[in-house]
Design a protein around this ligand. Structure first.
Ligand SMILES: [Ca+2]
Ligand SMILES: [Ca+2]
Ligand SMILES: [Ca+2]
Length: 696
C-alpha cells in the first residue's frame, strides 16, 4: 500500500508494473510518496526512489518502487540425542552437523514464500539412534522458522533385526517360551528396553572381562565387540582363548553373549550390546597367578588392568569351611582401589548352583553363598538367579552374601526331545551364543535336550551358533555385568561402591510374599531357619535368596545419570572385634541356640554399614547341623549359614561369613550371634567369634 502526502492510499497488486494515484495535485504542489504497508506472502521490503518533489507542468511518472523479498532462517530443536554424527539437511543441501540437544539453525536463509524441507541426512551412532523430524516442511512466511522438531530415540527389542532378541525373556519378558515348552511371566525381566530406547545406552566404551573357560572371539555375534588381541589363553599363551578342547559347549562363550552379543542381523543381543569383551580362560589353567592376572593384576599377557567389570561365573561348593586366600583377597582389594583410574573395577560373582545340593531337602539351601570364600569379600557383587516366572531359579544357591539377583532361567528343554523330566526342565532358560556350528557346542546335531539346540527348529539356529539351554548363576552374573556396563556408560565417574549402592537402591523386590522357612526343632519350638523378606533399619529390603532384589537396569541407569558423587565417603572398616574364648555349649536340635554379644564401638569412619563379616570357630562333630545368625544393634536379623546344609565334616575354624542384610544401618552398639544346632545327634560348642564392619 502506497501513500501520497499522508493519504490517498493506493493498493498495489503483485506483479504490477505501474501505478498512478487517483488524487491529482496542482502544478507546483509538493508530493511525497511513501510505503504505508509492506507486502506479505511473500514478505518483502519495498523502497521508493524519486518519491518526493514538486509537481511541474505534467504528470509525475518518475517515481519508482523497488521490492525485495525477505529471507529467513530455518531451525528448531533437537531432543533425545545421545549419539554422535547426526547431520540434518534442508531442501536437499545445506547439511548441518548437530553436536547435541537444543536449538539449531541452518546457515542458509530461505526466501519468504519459498518452501523448506528438513530431513535427516545421517543418523547418529555410538549409540545408534533413529532421529525423526516433525514440522519439518512448509513455506517460509514473515519470520524465522524455529519450530522444526528432531526427536532421537534408541531402539526397541521388537524393532531389532537380530532374530533371537524377542526370545530373550531376560531383556523383555512377554511370556515367550525361549524355545522351551513352558513360558514365563510377562514383565519378569531386567527392564532394560528403556535404557536402549529412551536413555540410549548400550555399554559403549565399557570393557568387560569374561574370566571363564574360553571365548570364541570369531563368533559371528561376538566378534564385533571383542577387543582385538585383548584376550588371553593361559594354555597356549596366545590372545585367542577360543576353546578347542570342549566339544559339548564352551561355558565362557555362552556367558559372553549374555553380556555383549552385538546388535546386528544375527543371533540375539547382549544386555550391553556395544560393550567390549576380553576373554581370560583361567578356568582351563587354574593357578593362582592366572587368577590374579585375570582379575586386573596384569598389564600385559594379558592386560586385565583396563577392565571395567569382571565376570566370574565360577565358584566352589565345599562341604567344609575354606579360608580366604590372602593373595586373592589382596588382588580384589587392589582392583577396587587402583583400576578404572582409582574408581575401582566391579567384580561380579556367581552365588552358586547348589540349592539342591547333597543334603536332605528341607526347603533350605544345601549350599550357601558364604561357602565360597571369595563371596565373603565386600569387593564382590554376588548374583543369585531368577527364573522367567520371577522366582528363585530352582538351583540358585541362597545366602546372605548375595547382593542382587538376575535372570538365570531354568533348563529350556523340550519334552519331545527329552521326555520324563521334572517340570522345571521345560521352563525357559537363556538364549545366548554357543560354539559355532552343529558339530560342537551345547547346540549341536547330537544334542539331546531341545529342538533349538539340535538345530531342527525351521529357519532358526540351523547353524547351531546359539543355545537356548544356558542357565545358572553363571547366567545371572553376565546379565548383571551387562547392567553394570550400562550404568558405567551412563556415568563413568561412579566408583565401584557407587555402582553397588545404585544396584542395591534400585533392585526390584520379587517374590515378595515368599514365606519364611520355619522348622520345628526338638526343643525350643519353631525356628526361622530362613527369614522372609526383611526391611532393615535403613529401609533396604533384603532376602537371602535375592539380595536386594532383581536388577532393574532402567532404574539403575536413571539413578546413575543424576547421582551425586562422593556421597559414600571413604570405605573404612572396624577391624575384627573378637570375643574371648567362649566354649558355649550349643543345645542339640534346639532353637534355643548358643548366643553371645560383641560391642562395635562408635567408629568415626564407619557410621554407615556397607558389609558385615563375622569370623566363627566352633567345635562340632557335624557342622551341617549348624545355623549361624546375627542380629544388629538396630534389631535386624540375618541368617549367614542355615541349618541342615551340605557341610558334612567337623568344626569351623575361623570361618568368615558375610551379610549384606544390614546395609545402610549404623553399626554402633551390641551385635548378637546365635548358633543353632538344627539336627539330632551331633553336638558341639561355639568357641569364639569376631565381627568386622565395612562402611563409611
Ligand atoms: Ca546379534
Ligand atoms: Ca554349536
Ligand atoms: Ca546335632
Amino acid at each position: 500500500m502506497l501513500q501520497l502526502n499522508g493519504g490517498s492510499n493506493l493498493p498495489v497488486n503483485a506483479n504490477a508494473t505501474a501505478f498512478t494515484f487517483v488524487t491529482q495535485l496542482a502544478g507546483g504542489a509538493a508530493y511525497a510518496v511513501s510505503v504505508l504497508t509492506q507486502p506479505t506472502n511473500p514478505s518483502q521490503i519495498c523502497t521508493v526512489s524519486n518519491g518526493s518533489g514538486n509537481v511541474g507542468s505534467a504528470s509525475v511518472a518518475s517515481i519508482s518502487i523497488s521490492c525485495a523479498t525477505n529471507s529467513f532462517t530455518v531451525g528448531g530443536t533437537v531432543s533425545g540425542l545421545t549419539g554422535t554424527g547426526l547431520v540434518l539437511r534442508n531442501n536437499g543441501g545445506n547439511d548441518l552437523a548437530i553436536a547435541g540437544n537444543g536449538a539449531f539453525t541452518f546457515t542458509t536463509p530461505i526466501l519468504s514464500g519459498a518452501t523448506y524441507a528438513v530431513t535427516v541426512s545421517t543418523q547418529p551412532t555410538s549409540p545408534a539412534q533413529t532421529c525423526s523430524v516433525t514440522s519439518g516442511s512448509g513455506t517460509v512466511g514473515a519470520g524465522n522458522v524455529t519450530n522444526v522438531g528432531v526427536v532421537c530415540v534408541g531402539f526397541t527389542i521388537g524393532s531389532l533385526s537380530d532374530p533371537l532378541a524377542t526370545q530373550q525373556w531376560h531383556l523383555k519378558n512377554t511370556g515367550q517360551n525361549a524355545f522351551a515348552d513352558g513360558v514365563g511371566v510377562a514383565g519378569i525381566d531386567i527392564n532394560v528396553e528403556p535404557v536402549f530406547s529412551a536413555f540410549g545406552f548400550t555399554g559403549n566404551g565399557v570393557i568387560a572381562a569374561v574370566v571363564d573357560t574360553g571365548m570364541e572371539i570369531a563368533h559371528e555375534d561376538l566378534a564385533a565387540n571383542v577387543v582385538p588381541n585383548g584376550s588371553w589363553d593361559f594354555s597356549t599363551n596366545t590372545t585367542d582363548p577360543t576353546n578347542t578342547a570342549a566339544t559339548t559347549g564352551d561355558h565362557g562363550t555362552s556367558v559372553s553373549g549374555l553380556i555383549a552379543m552385538a546388535r546386528n542381523t544375527v543371533g540375539g543381543i547382549g544386555v550391553a550390546p556395544s560393550a567390549r569383551l576380553k576373554g581370560f580362560n583361567f578356568l582351563r589353567v587354574q593357578t593362582q597367578p592366572n587368577l590374579v592376572a585375570s582379575l586386573g593384576g596384569s598389564t600385559a599377557s594379558p592386560n586385565s588392568s583396563d577392565v571395567f567389570v569382571f565376570n566370574q561365573s565360577f565358584g566352589i561348593s565345599p562341604s567344609n569351611d575354606v579360608p580366604i586366600d590372602p593373595t586373592e583377597e589382596a588382588q580384589y582389594l587392589s582392583g577396587v582401589t587402583s583400576l578404572r583410574g582409582g574408581k575401582g573395577a566391579l567384580y561380579v560373582k556367581a552365588a552358586g548352583n547348589g540349592f539342591n545340593g547333597p543334603c536332605v531337602s528341607t526347603g533350605l539351601s544345601c549350599e550357601n553363598a558364604n561357602f565360597d570364600p571369595i563371596n565373603t569379600l565386600p569387593y564382590q557383587v554376588v548374583a543369585g538367579a531368577v527364573n522367567a516366572d520371577g522366582i528363585k531359579a530352582s538351583y540358585s544357591t541362597a545366602g546372605s552374601a548375595i547382593w542382587v539377583s538376575a535372570p538365570g532361567g531354568e533348563f529350556g528343554e523340550n519334552a519331545a526331545v527329552a521326555p520324563g523330566l521334572p517340570a522345571n526342565a521345560y521352563e525357559p532358560a537363556m538364549v545366548t551364543t554357543d560354539q559355532s556350528g552343529c558339530t560342537n557346542g551345547y547346540s549341536r546335531t547330537a544334542a539331546t535336550n531341545s529342538n533349538f539346540n539340535k538345530g531342527t527348529v525351521p529357519s532358526t539356529n540351523t547353524s547351531c551358533n546359539y543355545t537356548n539351554t544356558m542357565n545358572g548363576t553363571s547366567s545371572a552374573t553376565p546379565v548383571t555385568v551387562g547392567a553394570i556396563a550400562l550404568i558405567l556408560e551412563a556415568n563413568p565417574a561412579l566408583t565401584w561402591r557407587d555402582v553397588k549402592h545404585i544396584l542395591a537402591s534400585t533392585a526390584r523386590q520379587i517374590d515378595a510374599a515368599r514365606a519364611a522357612v520355619s522348622i520345628t526343632l526338638g526343643s525350643g519350638g519353631a525356628y526361622i531357619a530362613e527369614p522372609a523378606w526383611t526391611t532393615n533399619f535403613a529401609g533396604f529390603k533384603f532376602h537371602s535368596w535375592y539380595g536386594f532384589g532383581m536388577v532393574d537396569a532402567s532404574a539403575a541407569v536413571n539413578m546413575a545419570r543424576t547421582y551425586t558423587l562422593g556421597q559414600l565417603g571413604t570405605l573404612a572398616n572396624t577391624g575384627f572385634i573378637a570375643s574371648g574364648a567362649l566354649g558355649l555349649a550349643i543345645p542339640d536340635n534346639s532353637s534355643v541356640g548358643a548366643t553371645n554379644t560383641l560391642n562395635v564401638p562408635n567408629t568415626v569412619g564407619v557410621q554407615t554399614i556397607e558389609a558385615v563379616q563375622i569370623r566363627v570357630s566352633a567345635t562340632h562333630t557335624y557342622t551341617g547341623d549348624l545355623g549361624i545368625e546375627l542380629v544388629s544393634p538396630k534389631g535386624t536379623r540375618s541368617v549367614l549359614k542355615n541349618i541342615r546344609d551340605q557341610f558334612n565334616s567337623a568344626n569351623l575354624s575361623n570361618m568368615v561369613l558375610l551379610s549384606n542384610a544390614f546395609y545402610g544401618e549404623n553399626p554402633t552398639g551390641t551385635w548378637t550371634i546365635k548358633v543353632v544346632d538344627g539336627e539330632v545327634i551331633d553336638m558341639g560348642t561355639l568357641d569364639n567369634w569376631a565381627i568386622r564392619v565395612y562402611g563409611h
